[in-house]
Design a protein around this ligand. Sequence first.
Ligand code: AMP
Length: 367
Amino acid sequence: MITAVLGGGQLARMLALAGAPLGLRTRFLDPSPDAVAGHVAERITAHYDDERALQQLAEGASVCTFEFENVPVAATEWLTAHATVRPHPRALAIGQDRWAEKTMFRRLGIGTAKTAPAATVTELHQAVHEVGAPCIVKTRRLGYDGRGQVRLRDPRDTAAIERAFAELTAGNDGGLVVEALVPFDRELSVLAVRSTTGETACYPLVQNEHEGGILRRSRAPAPGLTDDVQRRAERLATAVLQELDYVGVLAIELFEVGGTLLANEMAPRVHNSGHWTIEGAVCSQFENHLRAVHGLPLGDPSMAGGGVATMVNLIGAMPAREHLLKLPGVHLHDYGKAARPGRKLGHATVVGSDRDEVDALAARALG
Ligand code: AMP
């Protein structure tokens, strides 16, 4: 059986690696001839709107899926007419639009930061006034890893509002959203999966730390996680999965603030904060995504081994392989990418039974 994937970055690469033992082959389409999934999967180099390439991608594939949320929705809609696409393009469309996401969360009774949309500079002034300061102005679309965001401290600083509008709308006509700045205690993410028969499973909540807007460290289960918080996160994730009649893995980024969970955004795909599941869970997020989209039974999302896992991203430059491989119990994932500042080049995961020891070893993996 063949899995067709739109996008050929490290997520597609890890999907391909997870598929191999299940007898699943992977074919992917990516505009870049250097897309790193090409080291382990069948490559098609073409733009996402190239219908002949999309046809080639879907040819003989059991299912088509996607590995990042900025794939054009039109490509998934085109594929839907020729093949099975999971998750549904509607989940992708909502995942690309911060305002649509927030509106859906609120309709489902899921808390979010106070948010208002703005398409013009006048609307931005109104939205900042309505939300209050401090706040964050974000592009509605195509923002990731903290890009496309400006923080505002003073709602009366009209010059700062105008500068934010000019900066964020240059070359981007997708509109903006203004969000109240959440004084969160910590950032968490919930990864959940739903099968074609409506079965759902949820991984233990993950605590995430960012540096310069980029995920640096994920720890699972989130330190001090209570059953109550886990259950609340599972309930909100399941509500989204059901609302979207979703099939596959979905990640929702959360803020924990004073014991309350607020949803920040969702990713309709496997997610960086779930990479620890490769060694740290009984069934990884990649395998579970493949199981789901191929209509197979879901795997067990619970912690494997000693019950504690930490993943660190290797960003900008790879530590020496000799250094990493000398550390006992460190699992190295080198994506085979060219080094560039701010680029996720790989990750390392440590699994064990003692939180402090696991964290200390993961810190040593950073070099
Ligand atoms: P995002 O692109 O929405 O994931 O934002 C990137 C990072 O910016 C998040 O992981 C948070 O650390 C921070 N952030 C985003 N939105 C907010 C908010 N409304 N309040 C506080 N911090 C935020």
